[in-house]
Write a protein that binds this ligand. Structure first.
Ligand SMILES: Cc1ncc(COP(=O)(O)O)c(C=O)c1O
Length: 369
């Protein structure tokens, strides 16, 4: 059975606009696109750390509230909380699940959520699933945030502000210091998604909140394990009350089978690697080298993270440059409108610890051509 006609119509419309997406698996060799910033997913070190384990259960057998809980996961959560200077941590099956669970449950009808306009889709989805009022803040615009707070504060019970410490599409960073001061002074709850900052910034890759010394000023922080950490899953860290609340009310936590033991072992091993390897230093070195090569090119969005974007306005131009990279066996993703605004089409480059200087030079040469 083919199903309703609108499926075919939507696909045709996407194809007509040149926006049809399909799954691919034969990636070009030189990786400037994956989120594996430190190379942990492929360098074998995580496997080495856990290979002595004889018995792996293939599944966790249930949600954490039924049969999927273990002393191991609770101990791991304590270690994660300690590493990130929080009272408590709660592991979710993915960053998407964590954001949806948190944002859909944490605020009620009389609350307000203010979110940066470039925030990740998982946060949007979570907000829309909840009952709170919400407004978007112009990207990184502190004055706009202040106006929204002043305009609304007398009509709501609680205000939550949600930002990413490193924005996934632009690679730039939130003004965390100013945000934490404003939230602190106005009794507003700050939520920071550190998906693209963990492993990259802070002492031993603890994230950007650590680098700015504001970890304990945040109401909640999200750390994901599918990016620099090279495995899978995510944790929300915050107070004991927040953890208890999420165990009771975050539906993506309550109604989903928990991660199996081998995923938890990998998360534990990846945290161990953050402390032990020098991959973080290699990544920082590559970021500095890349920034020195692109100096003066104002089509690049300013970034000190692993993510760098260079504008090539027009979907057609993005297609051309993407295929040039492919010819050179380089994996670089183009980002088209409407994923980004018209005129802000771009290529998105992810730098890694394992990229060589020669590869980075060749990439920049290609862009300059
Ligand atoms: C900022 C941000 N938050 C959350 C997520 C979702 O994390 P996960 O891939 O673990 O579901 C992503 C993934 O791209 C992201 O970029």
């Amino acid at each position: 059975m083919k199903g309703p006609l609108h499926l075919v119509h939507s696909i045709e419309e996407r194809k007509r606009k040149g926006l049809f997406r399909s799954l691919k698996s034969n990636y070009p060799k030189t990786d400037f696109s994956s989120n594996d910033y430190l190379g942990f997913s492929k360098n074998g070190l995580i496997e080495q750390k856990i290979k002595n384990l004889e018995h792996f259960s293939s599944g966790s057998t249930g949600s954490r509230l039924i049969s999927g809980n273990s002393l191991f996961v609770e101990e791991l959560e304590k270690k994660i909380a300690k590493f990130h200077s929080a009272e408590a941590a709660l592991i979710f099956n993915s960053g998407y699940d964590a954001n949806v669970g948190l944002l859909s449950s944490i605020a009620g009808k009389r609350d307000l959520i203010l979110y940066d306009e470039l925030i990740h889709a998982s946060i949007h989805d979570g907000i829309r699933m909840g009952y709170a009022k919400y407004y978007k803040i112009k990207h990184n615009d502190i004055e706009h945030l202040k106006r929204l707070i002043d305009r609304n504060k007398d009509f709501v019970d609680n205000i939550f502000v949600v930002v990413e410490s490193v924005y996934s599409m632009d690679g730039d960073s939130a003004k965390l210091k100013e945000l934490s001061e404003i939230c602190d002074s106005k009794k507003i709850f700050l939520i920071v998604d550190e998906a693209h900052a963990v492993g990259v910034f802070g002492k031993n890759g603890k994230g950007l909140c650590n680098e700015f010394g504001i970890e304990e000023k945040c109401f909640a922080r999200l750390y994901t394990y599918g990016k620099a950490m090279g495995c899978h899953g995510a944790a929300i860290v915050g107070s004991n009350a927040l953890r208890d609340f999420l165990i009771n009310f975050a539906r993506s936590f309550v109604y989903s089978t928990a991660l199996p033991l081998h995923s938890l072992l990998m998360i534990e091993a990846a945290y161990g690697l953050l402390n032990e390897t020098k991959q973080n230093v290699r990544l920082k070195d590559n970021i500095s080298y890349f920034n020195s090569l692109i100096k003066g090119d104002d089509k690049f969005i300013q970034s000190n993270s692993a993510i760098h974007c260079r504008l090539f306005p027009g979907n057609h131009n993005v297609d051309i440059i993407e295929s040039q990279f492919k010819k050179n066996d380089m994996f670089v993703k183009g980002i088209k409108s409407p994923t980004v605004k018209e005129g802000a089409e771009r290529v998105r480059i992810c730098l890694h610890a394992f990229n060589t200087k020669e590869e980075i030079k060749k990439l920049v040469d290609l862009i300059n051509e």
